[in-house]
Design a protein around this ligand. Structure first.
Ligand SMILES: *Cc1c(COP(=O)(O)O)cnc(C)c1O
Length: 474
């Protein structure tokens, strides 16, 4: 039952590769979003697991449901939320990893995997300006941000390791810019600090964290007996791509003696493109960085990275000893003593194989093209009379029709999505303005795809102004 005979396995592999290849070759023809996602509940009632299904039928069911009930994030007209089309080598890596199923909790069980990930952490760390990085691969940016909060606590309050929050003799606070990722709030909750410990510093005129306001907020809090734990600056905000002033945040962190974490989950790719690196100037002064290869490096989910120049902090934060795990590593540190997860998947292989084949230059080229496609989209939107509301060198554009309110803006996004031709979303800026949001997430997106989006937007806008009754306020 659990191991099919060799000839049947060969046929199943063939079927799997046919399904995967057909998907890559025809995804552009599929509607980007499912027409009626709620029908999935009824579809699933078929499966009661009392009558075994043949492996071929089981695969066919999965392929059919994946194809009909998924927002096709690998579609070249998915202008969405940082979800890439997976690189070929990443897909291959995931299949290999599943087949070998190495256990990465301990070095001795998987010396290749653990030492490779440690090397990748050092190599990526160098790209972010850390001469000797330590860190860990994570499930994604959320886990990396939570790791940052725990490291900051262990660094600032060594007693926290054993005695927890009870050992802190003052309330602590986390300072973020105007648009932190919400995983920072979750991390504060999980660490026992609560979401109210997260202080959002107001935006300056450009929508970035106001460094002067940050400094004053920290000084006021310190006078009130609150202990500043860390600053979380965002390099490429999720909604807008706005980059907080990292150098200025590093100055404030230094003066206040706090940890500086830079959440570059998406925008960190700029460090891999020579002409974009200056946009993240100051990141090399951070105490830690979040970077998600499963976003702009186009590896399949989940692959996040937590990077830090503090050589011993991972062990200080996560070190634990047991009597059942294998003897301590003779090579790179055992991940179970240096990160949040225990048993876990070999995340680094998909990054390794993709990088081996593309090289740093290949990635720079792909990322440069995606950035140029963002510029192209920005230009086409302006030509069509849309108002651009965000200012970033990164390929995400927030825009709206002149005089459009939140309802009209949402109606335009709905019309584009339900056309099946493209996928965009809406968001609200720090100043309360409702906008449409389109991001170049896919290395396969070309001018023609952008032109099609422009066409759909034009149609949606025309329909939305027709539907507006004369009494409606705009
Ligand atoms: C995507 C994102 C995250 C969360 O990362 P996941 O990989 O989804 O867990 C955190 N911060 C920023 C800025 C992001 O864009």
């Amino acid at each position: 039952m659990l191991l099919q005979p060799a000839d049947e396995r060969a046929a199943l592999w063939k079927r799997v590769t046919e399904i995967a290849e057909r998907y890559v070759n025809t995804v552009d023809d599929l509607p980007v979003a499912p027409e009626d996602p709620t029908a999935i509940t009824r579809e699933l009632q078929r499966f009661d697991f009392t009558h075994p299904m043949s492996p071929q039928d089981a695969l066919a069911s999965a392929a059919d449901l994946l194809s009909r009930y998924t927002v096709h994030t690998p579609h070249p007209r998915y202008f969405g939320l940082f979800n890439p089309a997976p690189a070929t080598m990443a897909v291959m890596a995931d299949a290999l990893v599943a087949a070998f199923n190495p256990q990465l909790a301990a070095w001795s069980h998987a010396p290749f995997a653990v030492s490779l990930e440690a090397k990748l952490v050092r190599d990526f760390g160098r790209r972010f300006g850390f001469a000797q990085a330590s860190g860990a691969f994570t499930s994604g940016g959320g886990e990396a941000n939570a790791t940052a909060v725990l490291c900051a606590l262990a660094h600032r309050f060594p007693a926290y390791r054993e005695d927890g929050l009870q050992s802190l003799n003052a309330p602590v606070a986390i300072y973020t810019g105007p648009a932190p990722h919400h995983s920072v709030l979750k991390a504060a909750r999980a660490a026992g600090l609560g979401t109210r410990s997260v202080r959002m510093v107001p935006a300056d005129a450009a929508g970035k964290m106001d460094a002067g306001a940050l400094r004053r907020h920290i000084e006021d809090d310190m006078r009130a007996g609150i202990s500043p734990l860390m600053i979380v600056a965002t390099a490429g905000a999720t909604s807008t791509g706005i980059i907080d002033p990292l150098d200025a945040a590093a100055d404030v962190a230094k003066d206040a003696g706090t940890w500086l974490h830079v959440d570059a989950a998406w925008g960190g790719f700029a460090m891999l493109v020579p002409e974009l690196r200056s946009a993240l100037c100051g990141i090399e002064r951070a105490d830690s960085v979040t970077f998600d290869p499963h976003k702009m490096l186009s590896v399949s989910m989940g692959a996040g990275l937590f990077l830090t120049p503090h050589a011993s902090i991972m062990g200080e934060t996560f070190g634990i000893s047991t009597n059942y795990m294998p003897a301590l590593s003779q090579g790179d540190p055992d991940p179970y003593t240096h990160s949040m997860q225990w048993s876990r998947r070999f995340i680094g292989l998909k990054v390794f194989l993709s990088l081996l084949v593309a090289g740093w230059d290949g990635y720079a080229q792909a990322l440069r093209r995606q950035t140029a496609m963002g510029e192209y989209l920005r230009g086409r939107l302006i030509d069509d009379g849309w108002i651009i509301e965000n200012d970033t060198p990164l390929p995400v554009i927030c825009f709206r029709g002149e005089n459009d309110d939140a309802r009209a803006t949402a109606a335009i996004a709905d019309a584009v999505v339900s056309s099946g031709k493209a996928w965009i979303s809406t968001t609200t800026l720090a100043n309360g303005t409702a906008v449409l949001r389109a991001c170049i997430t896919n290395y396969r997106t070309v001018e023609r795809d952008v032109d099609l989006l422009i066409h759909e937007l034009r149609a949606a806008r025309a329909a939305s102004s027709l539907n507006r009754s004369p009494g409606d306020t705009v």
